[in-house]
Design a protein around this ligand. Sequence first.
Ligand code: BTN
Length: 320
Amino acid sequence: MRKVLLEAFHQANGGFVSGQNLAEIMGCSRTAVWKHIEELRKDGYEIEAIRKKGYRINKSPGKLSGNSILLGLETKMMGKHISYHESLPSTQKIAHKLADSGAEEGTLVIADEQTEGKGRLLRTWHSAKTGIWMSLVLRPKIPMHQAPQLTLLAAVAIVQAIEDTTSLLPAIKWPNDILINGKKVTGILTEMQAEADRIHSVIIGIGINVNQGLEDFPDEIKETATSLSIEEGQPISRTSIIQSFLKHFEILYNLFLKEGFKPIKLLWESYAVSLGKEIKASTLTGVLYGKAIGITEDGVLLLKDDEGEIHNIYSADIEI
Ligand code: BTN
């Protein structure tokens, strides 16, 4: 019911919607409409009510909620089902569970805080309040080896969302770190459920440092991490970033399903900082030095060492 109500306000594009109109759209009485409006107010929406004109949303809450994201979301599929939680061990776990029980493609799990956030390479991911911690459920009909490409696709969508909502210039460090002024602002963790060569689901886990101050980061990452608000010098709306990310992700994902990885690869390369540079790649089996000469069609990093040998890097920490 709330979703229908918020959608009606969205359609009105910031204008008034009469109580009668809302009652018809929602198929309920005007008194019931008023009760739903009161609930939205309790959630932090500022709703103006004027006789003979109806209701208008003047401000959505700064607090993250499924409703505030749905209001103004311009997608057909991504984020149309949102599972919002104030605190969770990890959004990845819930997204896997929902995927197991048949959740639709585009289902989004969001938490205000994670107590056991998971990073790449079995690391923990520091996820205090004021960041964006979310996991997106996908069900792509693609061969398994192409799944890692979705990580690069997600990185492009995040860069575009940051560019849309701030004046910052983000860059991508292979495979999935987004940097601003050389410091990490976002990490992506892609996990897959598959059987033989059939993908059941891909869960894209995204962590974006949004409104943290430097004091909010643990000492060990203070030098290397940053947040959008630190870099921009003012608070940033998490809702706007999520909405913009979902919009860009949907466009890129549809392009990817239609035309493959090529157009995404071109975009990814246009934002990449590591390509053409001397890098150190710490993999699980050892450390390699050389020049990052490109990525393959599968999103694998190509490193040329001093002897001219080319190595395929599937998973590593990169230092430039
Ligand atoms: C990285 O190590 O760079 C990847 C970090 C991914 C963190 C996100 S936050 C939302 C989702 N839930 C998790 O537990 N991890 C991912």
